[in-house]
Design a protein around this ligand. Sequence first.
Ligand SMILES: Nc1ncnc2c1ncn2[C@@H]1O[C@H](COP(=O)(O)OP(=O)(O)OP(=O)(O)O)[C@@H](O)[C@H]1O
Length: 320
Amino acid sequence: MSRARPLAFAVTGLSKSFGVETPVRDVSFVVPAGTVAVLVGPPGAGKTTVLRMLLGLLTPTSGTANIGGPGSGVQRGRQAVGSMLTPRGLHPARTARDQLRVFAAAAGVSDDRVDELLTLVRLDAVADQRILGFTPGMQTRLALAVALLGEPPLLVLDDPTLGLDGAETAWLYDYLRTHTRRGGTVLLTTRTLSAALPVADELIVLDHGAIAYQGSPARLRRSHPDRLLVKSSSQIAFATALAAQGFTDAVMRPDGRLAVAEASVAQLEAAAAAAQVQLTEVTAEHIHPDQVLATLTRGPATPAYAAPSYSAPAAYGMSR
Ligand SMILES: Nc1ncnc2c1ncn2[C@@H]1O[C@H](COP(=O)(O)OP(=O)(O)OP(=O)(O)O)[C@@H](O)[C@H]1O
């Protein structure tokens, strides 16, 4: 019997209202230590608002959002959580090195660690350039360095792939995987399922502030399987033969093709032979993850932002 992992984050019945708007509605989830959980949802779904309540930057209207907890074994306190929010909270007039040193000094972290992190996030070559000229991806990497200053076991990262190219995203996900293998825990947000799937142990899909799906990527994928689209000389006879072979949930599409999930071409041919019909077309239909997300959500609750804007710096660590 496996022992349950301690919880790094626990969110229960969490809601937040701003005036008449309630962008977070009765959200509950837990994140076991040593795992990566991804909050996925279109713009305005409420992802950042959940993170802000978890980090103690916003007071919930109802419900609770806790980090670690009594008996969880998860370290709490100032060094426990590294966070990166949107907007990134970087000062455009500072250089990357100065910006990191400001946060490092506030956290009692050495300048050596600053240099180490600039190298880690591959900003060492531009460390003495002003943030003003940084691309969104460079800002994201610098904000990640801020989150990592105190070597926190728990990471809360809002849209950490914003502005990153494919290679940078692969590097980030590799880094986060290594972090969890060492016992760390990650809660991050993305707007797309395709960005979440390569790294998520657990998905929490938000739609207009409420949970639309919660579970493993594999379970979600299984509920939207790839299908074969088939035309035959007699679709009714073919569908009847398919049902006799156990493919009872074949669906007739408006274009007249039968959509059959989790069947091989050989199985279709066997059903066709049994029904004495000819297969005239067999096409594979792959459902893209972002189409899956579109079926789970009603689209953006707010217009998408184009790039992170500057704001007052956010604290990187938490005391709770
Ligand atoms: N301080 C606030 N006052 C009023 N409304 C707010 C406040 N903070 C967030 N909202 C609203 O709450 C909703 C959810 O915003 P939130 O930033 O949490 O969404 P999100 O899923 O993180 O979106 P994105 O992917 O664009 O970052 C939006 O309609 C937003 O305008």
